[in-house]
Design a protein around this ligand. Structure first.
Ligand SMILES: C[S@@+](CC[C@H](N)C(=O)[O-])C[C@H]1O[C@@H](n2cnc3c(N)ncnc32)[C@H](O)[C@@H]1O
Length: 242
């Protein structure tokens, strides 16, 4: 069950506004170029920000996400209907002989148990063609991002066209490493409605991620920095080997 921030019909439409500039996605377009990927599976595509850019660059794209409200936003950005949108989780992605599968926006951290993570890696493995690549990011645990989340202001108000002013508050609710839980609470000033969304993320070490990839039939070709968040993320580029 995806978090309300992605699945609630009032929260999904305002997700992009609070997410801000997506300068992170430029690097992923570059990696798709570098790998010569013509067909791309965007796992946990959310509101489709990357999928749309990939399709605009002439690629065949499938976006998969279990949050219907986010897919609804994504479909609205794909007016030409170039992208195939699939409602579902990463553990059940369709088999499609893709050149590349991506998980941006730290999607990899939503898979909490080892078993869930293994199922996701195996499912994506099946969806990739021989020699296909999986590229994903995850926050570096040693950077302890949750400590900043605990101390930063985390209060934002945005005036969103068609919605009006919306307040967002974030609070960290639990740190039980490798898990960190937090709550986003939104207040819609137009009608006073309040909607909260609880999330938990898992912080995997570089070694854990590499070992899990190796165990599921991938070869790690590179581990990079995210250019827009220097020193804060691991970006794994793994090739399907078996
Ligand atoms: C932080 S958002 C990132 C969305 C998108 N990749 C981006 O970069 O904008 C995390 C996404 O993971 C999705 N998600 C949650 N559980 C999932 C699962 N089991 N399989 C695939 N995606 C999932 C959520 O619905 C949400 O859209």
């Amino acid at each position: 069950m995806p978090d309300a921030i992605f699945a609630h019909p009032r929260l999904a439409p305002i997700y992009d506004a609070f997410d801000g500039s997506r300068s992170d996605l430029t690097a992923y377009l570059g990696i798709a170029d570098e790998l010569g990927a013509r067909s791309v599976l965007d796992v946990g595509c959310g509101t489709g920000s990357l999928a749309v850019l990939l399709a605009e660059s002439g690629r065949k794209v499938m976006g998969v996400d279990p949050a219907e409200a986010s897919l609804e936003v994504a479909r609205g950005k794909d007016r030409a209907g170039r992208i195939t949108w699939v409602l579902g989780g990463a553990a059940t992605v369709p088999v499609l002989d893709a050149d590349l599968a991506v998980m941006t926006g730290n999607v990899a951290q939503v898979f909490l148990s080892d078993e869930d993570w293994k199922c996701v890696l195996q499912s994506i493995h099946t969806a990739l063609g021989t020699g296909g690549h999986l590229v994903f990011e995850t926050r570096r645990p040693e950077q302890r991002a949750w400590e900043e989340w605990l101390t930063d202001d985390a209060y934002t108000v945005l005036d969103i066209p068609g919605v009006g002013a919306v307040e967002q508050r974030r609070e960290v609710t639990d740190v039980s490493l490798p898990y960190v839980s937090f709550r986003h609470t939104y207040r819609f000033l137009s009608d006073g409605a309040t909607v909260a969304s609880d999330s938990t993320l898992r912080f995997r070490s570089r070694e854990e991620a590499e070992q899990s990839l190796d165990a599921c039939g991938y070869r790690v070709r590179d581990v990079r920095d995210a250019p827009d968040r220097p020193g804060r993320e691991y970006v794994f580029i793994a090739e399907r080997t078996t």
